[in-house]
Design a protein around this ligand. Sequence first.
Ligand code: GUN
Ligand code: ZN
Length: 429
Amino acid sequence: MQAFRASILHFLDDPDQVGEAESYQYFEDGILLVKGGQIEAVGNAEELLAAHPEAELHRFENSLITPGFIDTHIHYPQTEIIAAYGERLLEWLETYTYPAEIKFADRTYARSVAERFLDEMLRCGTTTALVFGTVHPGSVDAFFEACEQRELRMIAGKVLMDRNAPDELLDSAEQGYLDSKNLIEKWHGRGRLSYAVTPRFAITSTPRQLQLAGRLLREHPGVFLQTHLSENPSELRWVEELYPDSKHYLDVYDQAGLTGRRSVFAHCLHLCDGEWRRLAETSSNIAFCPASNLFLGSGLFKLKRAVAEGVCVGMGTDVGAGPSFSLLQTLADAYKTQQLQEYGLNPFKAFYLATLGGARCLDFEHLIGNFAAGKEADFLVLDKVASPLLEYRMRHCDSLAEQLSVMAMLGDDRLTGAVYVAGKLAYRK
Ligand code: GUN
Ligand code: ZN
């Protein structure tokens, strides 16, 4: 048994559903008890230490323990082009993204990028993510092998693209189906790994490929679906041209059977009423990627509308269109995008979105996302005084809400003091 002592925060529910006060537990001087890679208990230090004098104690000063952050949308092959200058979505794909993804035909190269990508994620406190590979099946093998070694809970998939991209990045509807099926059989449910069927977006798949993606979901219940939806105005116009018979953009995916509670649609910036309704009706999920949306100038996500419609939302960095691996920095951008729409993003809601909200979005609430007994012990230790400015500013905080806000607004990988995966140290500053 191990006991981790610091301030501890975790969420029991969505602050928008049960009210802020009921949504979280906070222990100013807390203990997280971990045994066999799982959460044993969380509570006040004095009580739990008295009950478990045998536990091996790890103490962290000026620190806040939270569940590991969950990134619901990210591209590992885009690590090398993060923060590329001066384009919007479609030109950015042509100029930077596709040329980088072509290199992943080389499996050794893919493995080296996967390792660097996981190092960066852990440095930022992210312990679970829903991840795009490239069109090459070997890119997913390389990624999962790296994750398996680190015992990370991860979801990933091979990109499906059979049109409107460079030849080197195209599969065919049939080959994409077969490659995905083989990867599902090899990886889905192995250890902590899960597979996501991954059509890049409506523009780069034929209707036939999307149909076969739907067939994969039906043939393999429990597998995930990830794609992009309604990000950029030029993209929307192109989708309309390619699918004149669809009611709207989401309908393209819906008709192929790609909506559902294990489906995650990234961006969702320019949705019509019908799309909002269908997302809610099908229990589909949204990956909110504010840093990417600002960086590519794509638009502002309507979080207030998502709450009103009852659609489940998680946070996504969307690296490499998103210029940071840090979900703290992403929360800061989330706050700013909502300020511009006169909606104040509550700091408790923000930390909920990066933890339990992400777990719900990925249908993993029974496994991760908070410190309920029996869940997997993925957590991080945030150093509240990681920089001179933070240390100074923290002294002038008089509520937990203010501390959380300051950590998000001034936060980045410097705040990550330590990260534990399945109860084992995976990163230390
Ligand atoms: N739409 C289609 N592909 C991509 C991608 O790689 N990144 C983003 N942000 N949007 C996309
Ligand atoms: Zn993306």
